[in-house]
Design a protein around this ligand. Sequence first.
Ligand code: ADP
Ligand code: MG
Length: 697
Amino acid sequence: MSAAPSPLPALGPLDKPVGFLKGVGPRWAEALGRMGILCARDLLYHAPRDYDDASTVTPAALATVGADVAVVGRIRNTGVVPTRSGLKIFQAVLEDDSGAVTCSWPGQPWVGRTLRKGDRLLVRGPVKFFHGRQIQPREHAVLSRDGQAANEGKVFVVYPASEDVPQWFLRRTIGRNLDWLVQQARQEEFLEPKERAALDLMESAAALEALHRPRARADTEPARRRLAFDELFFEQLLQARARHDATRAKPGIAFERSNELVKRLYESLPFALTKAQIGALREIMADMSSERRMNRMLQGDVGSGKTVVALFAMLRAVEAGYQAALMAPTEILAEQHARSVAKLLGDLPVEAATMTGSAAGRRREKERAHVASGRARLAIGTHALIQEGVEFEALGLVVVDEQHRFGVRQRLALANREPWPDLLVMSATPIPRSMSMALHGDMDMSVMDELPAGRRPVTTRVVRSAEREGVLAEVARAVAEGRQAYLVYPAIEEQERDGLPSAEAAFERLKDAEFAGRRLALLHGRLPGAEKDRIMRAFQAGRIDVLVATTVVEVGVDVPNATVMVVEQAERFGLSQLHQLRGRIGRGTEAGLCVLISDGAEERLGVLARTTDGFEIASEDLRLRGPGDLFGAQQHGHAVKLKFADLFQDRDLLQLAQERARGIVDADPALAAKRNQILLACLQRRCRDRAGLFGVG
Ligand code: ADP
Ligand code: MG
């Protein structure tokens, strides 16, 4: 009964090209290939997008012309109607409690041989107008005859189809090959019956069968759950391997605790740490003390105080005799960090070097030399830190800020060298826990979901574009009082089609109208980097009153005097992105005001007016727009494509999948043990395209 743990080869019958299946010639194979169905496995996992059965039917009276419906009714009478062209049409009148409707099968008089008056029939097809309303069924099934249930639970399966791969072909091909496909899938069962029982999951082969040939609609949910588990589990297995490589494959540093610097920083802080900061620090310090390398992400909302947490970690490295590097995605942010760190350090005897691409030659050489000799214990900079072969005397900790701006490779470039420094990645993009587990299963996670007390919250209003003038007048008043403002637009240039305001057009208009006599600047992603920096610096220094911009201001820039933000066509941004944008204001002692201008998305945007909790907003974004959009908007490198699992509904499965995957990899990283060989083979078979990425042969 149990799956035999005999070694499986890395490729199996399900990996054969789809063209070798029954009924699939070279032409069809090509068309399927264009849909991404290349091998037998792809076809087996081509999941129906919908099911129809007697429980999802339309009342006969409501089958309207143009709709595609499923109807269940009793056959009142039948007949064959000849047409002038000689075509024979079989017709049956179907009635239910709501009324009756005619069903027609043009050119298929033989259908009548299997149907009888009084049968309960399920039909599915388009409703056409032809001497009145009629359904032209693509398919039908007798549900009961003479009061005897025949096919009572009969379910029609609807596949995602394409122009060259029609529904009927998918049904026919999957139908003809399903027994064989399922039999092959049985060889790949990796959960013992006992484990399945503990996880409350069915066999995966049975799940695949139920997916394509459910006996009742209710069968499809447990099937989906099993397949969702598999999907999450193998993804987590890959990530657990990556986590192993990051944390255990190389010797880590067990930083000695002397408390010489950490304690002094703690005592000199002008504020008390939040509970969330203390919790995160505890986790980070535990990682740093251990011999395992740290590979941790610190997730915290904008303003939650990540910098000081990072500084504690860096000082812990320094007091143990190592150097620490802090890498930010832009020069402005790197300089900002350098200033905050200098301020927090006060008179602690720790020298910090700043390394950015634009530092002048002599200064750059000096900083470099200090880092190489070990005189500088901290290095703060941009990716200049990883370029041009910067040498460290003993780099023990790497902190990367705003991680989604960096690729995995860049992160590793700084950390993958002796003495194999610990890695801390800071993200200001709060994401729901399930999303973070799915995406970052290779890292350990610390979450700061609390802001320091006493922050003046930003007030957010959602208004219609008709109110724009009043809003701009309000901005002009704030500017007259010496405040600075951001006006944010989704596009740089006017879109010809919609004529909606763009950053450029607004800039041209506003500088001679509402903001005549004020210092305006236009900032967008197409400007050269040096020009962007120049403008941002001028804004920071208060030499610009109003910044008309696209989302380039999204990054963690800190301008305490900027208290007002207006976002045009706010519906074109994701909620999380708007939350990030809004994080630019309200960083000083004055209360901030954020106005979202939008016609028609009030409800979605209302979430922002209601809460300033980035985690809650991200959850809402995930619920409303799905994972693809959430990450698309944030330019995440790694996309999770889930076919069966739902990060919302299946949080429990994800948790189980991660625990299990980590447990297995911790005990047997290479999956070399006999009992794990089936897992290794299944992993290679299922994730062929990505396995190499994570060091799985
Ligand atoms: P972010 O998490 O967005 O990077 P920062 O680290 O820039 O946040 O911190 C934002 C501001 O809050 C800084 O001025 C910092 O000194 C201050 N801060 C950090 N922690 C606390 C705290 N526990 N209490 C009060 N202010 C704090
Ligand atoms: Mg920050």
